[in-house]
Ligand binder design. Structure first.
Ligand code: HEC
Ligand code: HEC
Length: 276
């Protein structure tokens, strides 16, 4: 899986450039998916001859949804085809963030058969260019794991974003189980691991959603006060960072929020004086 990480940033850039180049005057669009073409004439460089075993093929490995609304559920789909000679078992499709969800339960494909992988992207709390991924597992001996990408440019929802959208991550059952439940009753480092690390540390997929705050110097009192305010009440600049304090609609008590600030400033103390 690690081998795919490198591409994340350049892919995002490419998607950005493409959407700027392609959408300037056209209405919001979902990328038309090219009709399924299975001839070997559109061969990629150095493509191997068809193997004798099962072989997974995708109509598209990257979808660019173009401009999408915030707080919307946007459907998209990939088509998976068995271009090999033996039955192909597509075992699973999953994403790190449940905001890119699928009901796909696996499929057994005869040679030549296809199946659609339907995905629903929840753009709640997102803003600007975002790339999400979906990983597909199969018994193709040459390609057991494929990472598919979905790029989008989420319209700025500032001003129109309701409290309900901002705190959906804490209240909706299908968001809560990852973004809240693990942190219940935790403090300090354990709480950070449960509720914060997913956005403030680089993920296995290479996705990093927020700043690397563990290496910021929070020994400075002003910075610490700023951190406390953002953790408790959320960021004024980004919908991805909601207020975590209970009185602001979040799941954490005042003591839990304080313990996070303490963890972050301890962290920078041990790393030496990081303040200037
Ligand atoms: C299976 C666990 C899981 C579920 C369920 C889940 N998330 Fe996440 N979420 C993550 C992880 C892990 C990350 C960081 C990696 C990434 O962005 O893919 C993340 C990142 C995010 C981000 C920041 C990155 C971005 O895409 O802008 C937002 C916003 C977010 N989630 C919102 C939601 C919402 C809203 C829901 C419910 C509709 C939800 N999440 C459900 C695990 C989950
Ligand atoms: C869904 C993703 C997500 C989660 C979960 C999340 N954050 Fe954030 N956080 C962000 C983003 C994005 C920003 C940048 C916001 C901005 O630009 O103002 C941010 C900003 C911050 C900042 C301000 C950094 C600065 O210097 O301005 C702090 C402090 C912070 N987060 C702490 C936390 C803590 C502690 C948690 C866990 C309780 C947490 N965050 C959970 C996405 C997230």
């Amino acid at each position: 899986m690690d081998g795919f990480c490198l591409n994340q940033r350049s892919l995002l850039l490419i998607c950005l450039v493409l959407s700027i180049a392609g959408c300037s005057s056209s209405p919001p669009q979902s990328t038309p998916q090219a009709p399924q073409t299975l001839q070997s004439t559109d061969a990629k460089p150095a493509e191997k001859p068809p193997s004798n075993s099962q072989q997974i093929h995708f109509d598209n490995e990257k979808i660019d949804l173009g401009k999408v609304e915030a707080a919307a559920e946007v459907p998209c789909a990939f088509t998976i085809t068995n271009t090999g000679k033996q039955p192909l078992h597509v075992t699973e499709a999953k994403s790190e963030c449940g905001c890119t969800a699928t009901n796909f339960k696996g499929a057994l494909l005869k040679p030549g058969a296809s199946v659609k992988l339907d995905i629903l992207v929840d753009t709640t709390m997102k803003q600007g260019p975002v790339t999400k991924d979906m990983v597909v597992y199969s018994d193709d001996p040459e390609r057991p794991i494929t990472r598919l990408f979905i790029a989008m440019d989420v319209k700025n929802a500032h001003g129109t974003m309701s409290m309900k959208d901002r705190t959906k991550i804490f209240t909706a059952e299908r968001c809560k189980r990852c973004h809240v439940d693990e942190g219940v009753g935790q403090f300090g480092k354990e709480l950070f691991e449960a509720d914060c690390a997913m956005c403030h540390r680089k993920q296995e997929s290479g996705i990093l959603s927020g700043p690397l705050i563990e290496s910021v110097g929070y020994s400075d009192a002003d910075l610490r006060a700023h951190a406390l305010d953002v953790i408790a009440h959320g960021s004024k600049n980004s919908p991805s960072m909601p207020g975590f304090l209970d009185s602001a609609g979040g799941p954490l008590s005042k003591e839990q929020v304080d313990s996070l600030v303490k963890y972050l400033s301890k962290k920078s103390d041990t790393a030496g004086s990081a303040t200037k």
